[in-house]
Structures are given as C-alpha cells and as structure tokens.
Design a protein around this ligand. Sequence first.
Ligand SMILES: [Zn+2]
Length: 148
Amino acid sequence: MVKILSPRAERKKIIKAMDTMWSLRVRSRDGWQCQHPHCRRFLGHERGRLHAHHIFSRAKQTTRWDLINGISLCGGCHKFKAHQYPDDFRDIIIDNEINGLTEKKYKALRTSSDMLWSLSLPDLWLLHSNFRQAFKRDGNIKGSMERL
Ligand SMILES: [Zn+2]
C-alpha cells in the first residue's frame, strides 16, 4: 500500500533523497578524495569523513543539486578552509578551475544560484525523477539505492 504524505512531508522526503544522491555522486565523481589542491586526502575507506561541500549555499535550491556546485572535502578542509576563509577558497576554485569553474563560469553559477531560492513540488518531483535515473546510470555507488 502506498502511504500518502502531506505536500510538506513529501517535499521534505524528496529533498532528503536528492541531498543523499547529490552527496554520493559528488564524492564518487571526485574519486572519494579531498579536492583541495594542497590536501588531496583519499577517504574511500572512510567515506563518511569525506564531505560534499556546496560552493554556493544549499539554501538556494536552483543550484543545490548541481554537481558543478559540489566539491569533496575532508572534514578539516571543509571547516577550516572552505567555511573559515571563503574568499581564499573561491580563489582556489577559480585558479585550479575545479569542476571546470573558470572565473566566468563561477560567476554564471553564482547568478543561477541567486535566481530562485525554492522549487515548487512538481519541479522537485521532476528533478528527483531525473536525478534517480542519472544515479542509476552512474551504477558505481553500490548499496545506496534502496533508501532513495
Ligand atoms: Zn582536505
């Protein structure tokens, strides 16, 4: 039997599932390795210690699930570099063209992240469906589909 959720609960459930898929896809894409150029720590054996950091805030749903807006960082680089020194970290991203983000593309990503903060439930459904298909296609993140 299918459980009917309130729109609010449905929204929460979809967002949680997409956050999980986004995080796994970002970290898998990055080879389970911290992408800070001065660190490059591999954490494939301790995946929970590798964080998927949002370059532009996850509060902004237009770019919350863009893979280009994600970068894998170890706990130390996440807390003490990305969040503590955001301006320096932005320069590191652009100088190293992380995710192909040249200055021009970085600005374009910022513009789209500023466009709209919240997606409608039908938009979330569509995005979730596309995301699930892409996640299945990746096929290299074992044992992660059941909950999504
Ligand atoms: Zn690191």
